[in-house]
Write a protein that binds this ligand. Sequence first.
Ligand code: FES
Length: 160
Amino acid sequence: MGIACENLVDPKQIKLDEIISRYRNENGPLIPILQEAQGVYGYLPAHVLKYISKAMRIPLAKIYGVVTFYSQFRLTPVGRNLINVCLGTACHVRGGAKILETMEKSLNIKDGATTEDGRYTLEIVACIGACGLAPVISINNEVHGRLSPESLAGILAKYE
Ligand code: FES
């Protein structure tokens, strides 16, 4: 006898239900719910937003308004390698914009997007605390500094 599939419950769904029930009786809990849901799923899939909307009785349009307003929220999954390009003051002054432009061209994506093969996600950040090495990027939290546009291809190649 096989195990009935309908008895299998998605563990992420269980966590989502826990999050919702914790916030259900509070006022204005949308942002922490979204933050925690993103912690569970890695991003905010459409079906999760619909579920939160129904469970919390918050219009879906309002939820999308919040999700698209705050850059911390993602509507698509992150690639295998998360690239943060710093455009904080020190990096900006030392050519950060050129680093970003080169990165966008070589990956053929813009800020916030993921390459089609799921290998890289590109995000602009304000400062990653390594201003002395400007201009700086980080990939999966590893910092690469004193960059030139020419140095980027070699760095990217190291991240499968
Ligand atoms: S401004 Fe880029 S690391 Fe601080």
